[in-house]
Design a binder for this molecule. Structure first.
Ligand code: PLP
Length: 412
């Protein structure tokens, strides 16, 4: 008789987004004449840029001819894309990353969920609170998180690093030493960032205690560079800008938010060859083995579209697309502040993290916004206990919807 994997039975229901969807559905059924605007989604709304569409068409045409047809892609990615990423995302920023340290994948969600497989199931993970839920759930599935504590809404064997207004939403070095540290900056859901010197503290810590940092850089394209900032105050685009990161960090990249590939699917993970466990095992080799065994490569057509991101025209068009969303972010942040809300983020990230008014819980505020002005956001408590009393709005809507939603919130 077969048995279900017990670890899967420990997973908490996908409470957050399913509850949001149910509440919106029920509201629409009850009030069919009212138009609901969502600033809750983390999905992009702008179409793929022309340069990407052209690259896709060209690659599709290549598939129609025997001499240019491609079958299975190399499991670790086509050389042309691995080279472009290593060169443009890393070496151009002075970071020593080689082409074969870049592993192409179908996105940051799979990589951030799968990466834990190459580590021991005895390793202890540390996550920010609030957090992108994939890091925790993938470790629950692997049996690494202990038991769920209903009282505190936490897992017994996970180290939580609160990100609060008091610490400027920058996690502090934990008291219990973890083995695997998940960091995501610019942050989802907070929309906040770390400076280079703050990130350097984490790299130094990880090297000192023998931990690995899984650095999720999915929102790197939203960083607004300040040419006048001192080096230590700059916002790093990659963890490899920090000294010593090659021996303690894995970085995860996505094409979803910089190029609108949420439905196209493309990402990458960087595993430096200098990253070795306590017995000297290179984690690069394990990830290559894992990738080669379980993954048959991102499609040629999609990788060609990914390459177009790095062309001069691609950079221009995608810079404009990111600029479009950042205008929304600015509009959200400033209108909320004008209306008396305390709002964070939205300067180097497409997320705005606002404090609920009058001490409302995150879910009370969700209901209040939906019922009174038909605007949907995401309750902060769904991202972790320290998200209670906060609410996430995203800049991924259209200008028109965003403007209308803010106008409605202003009238509250
Ligand atoms: N990492 C973070 C922090 C995210 O917020 C998201 C998506 O919202 C992802 C990864 C997923 O990215 P992808 O679309 O490349 O799977």
């Amino acid at each position: 008789m077969f048995h279900a994997n017990d670890n899967y039975l420990k997973l908490r229901g996908s409470y957050l987004f399913s509850t949001v969807a149910r509440k919106v559905r029920e509201f629409k059924e009850a009030e069919p004449d009212k138009s609901v605007i969502s600033l809750g989604i983390g999905d992009v709304t702008q179409p793929l840029a022309p340069v990407i569409i052209d690259a896709l068409h060209d690659a599709v045409d290549e598939m129609a001819h025997a001499d240019t047809f491609r079958g299975y892609a190399p499991d670790l990615g086509y050389e042309f894309l691995r080279h472009a990423m290593a060169e443009e995302d890393y070496r151009a920023r002075g970071c020593d990353i080689q082409d074969d340290e870049v592993f192409i994948s179908d996105g940051a969600k799979s990589d951030s969920g799968n990466i834990q497989e190459i580590f021991s199931d005895r390793d202890v993970i540390a996550v920010c609170d609030p957090v992108y839920p994939v890091y925790v759930d993938s470790n629950v599935m692997a049996g690494r998180t202990g038991t769920f504590l209903e009282d505190s809404n936490t897992w017994s064997d996970v180290v939580y690093m609160p990100c609060t207004e008091e610490n400027g939403f920058a996690p502090e070095l934990p008291e219990r030493t973890p083995d695997i540290i998940y960091l995501c900056f610019p942050n989802n859901p907070l929309g906040t960032v770390l400076t280079k010197s703050q990130l350097q503290t984490w790299v130094d810590y990880a090297n000192r205690v023998g931990a690995v940092i899984i650095f999720d850089a999915a929102y790197e394209a939203y960083i607004q560079d300040d040419p006048n900032a001192a080096d230590e105050d700059r916002i790093p685009h990659t963890i490899y800008e920090c000294e010593g990161a090659r021996t303690c960090a894995i970085e995860i990249r996505s094409f979803s938010k910089n190029a609108g590939f949420t439905g196209v699917r493309l990402g990458a993970t960087i595993v430096p060859k200098d990253l070795k466990d306590q017995n000297g095992t290179p984690m690069h080799d394990l990830w290559a083995r894992r990738h080669g065994t379980k993954y048959n490569g991102a499609p040629y057509i999609i990788q060609k579209a990914g390459l177009a991101v790095y062309s001069p025209e691609g950079r221009k068009q995608l810079g404009e697309q990111v600029g479009y969303y950042m205008e929304n972010a600015k509009m959200i942040r400033t209108s909320l502040q004008k209306a008396g809300y305390t709002a964070f983020g939205g300067v180097n990230a497409p997320y705005i993290w606002l404090k609920t008014p009058q001490g409302m819980t995150s879910w009370d505020f969700f209901d209040h916004l939906l019922e009174k002005v038909q605007v949907v956001g995401t309750p902060g408590s769904g991202f972790g206990p320290h998200g209670e009393g906060y609410f996430r709005l995203t800049a991924f809507g259209t200008h028109e919807d965003t403007k209308e939603a803010l106008e409605r919130i202003r009238t509250l």
